[in-house]
Design a protein. Structure first.
Length: 177
């Protein structure tokens, strides 16, 4: 309610209105943040910031004489409805930018995906010999059995044993009797 009142009475000629509006908004948001329980308060990590927000922080760091605390305060004022960031996060981001020349994260390490060549070899081997078990095929190819099973599930491949059905002819019932 007070925010709407401050917005209506906001005048660009009088900086006191802006100061009142900014301070009052921050007080209201601080009260709301204090009302949150510890479980609801989530600390902001760099991975929570979008690419544009990270660039904005780096641009703010270019201002003369601005400390990391001042940059964090300014950023939090510009984005009052998001979780506030701390000066330590700003310092880490700027350090990363100076070292690497980018605000993006490094590619994460992890187990590499199975190559397309391996997938094609598995599909060819399995479709060529439907009678062989998955375990035997996995030892021949040198691919772990669970990996082979995942590949077959991804490709929606089913190892059906086709059975030949005899067609009924018109004179079949006569022969049975």
């Amino acid at each position: 309610m007070e925010i709407k009142y401050a917005l209506k009475n906001l005048s660009p000629d009088e900086p006191s209105h802006f100061t009142y509006f900014r301070d009052r908004t921050c007080d209201i948001l601080d009260d709301r943040m204090m009302a949150l329980s510890k479980e609801e308060r989530i600390p902001v990590r760099m991975m929570d910031l979008s690419k544009e927000e990270r660039i904005e922080l780096v641009l703010l760091s270019g201002r003369e004489g601005w400390s990391y605390r001042k940059i964090a305060e300014e950023f939090n004022l510009r984005h009052p409805y998001r979780q506030p960031i701390y000066f330590t996060a700003v310092g880490k981001l700027i350090k990363k930018y100076k070292e690497r020349g980018s605000v993006l994260d490094k590619p994460r390490s992890g187990r590499p995906k199975t190559s397309d060549e391996t997938k094609e070899a598995v599909m060819a081997k399995v479709s060529a010999s439907l009678k062989k078990s998955l375990r035997r095929t996995s030892t021949v190819l040198g691919v772990p059995k669970p990996t082979m099973h995942k590949m077959l599930v991804e490709e929606k491949f089913h190892r059906y044993n086709l059975q030949i059905l005899h067609h009924l002819n018109e004179d079949d019932p006569n022969r049975r009797m």
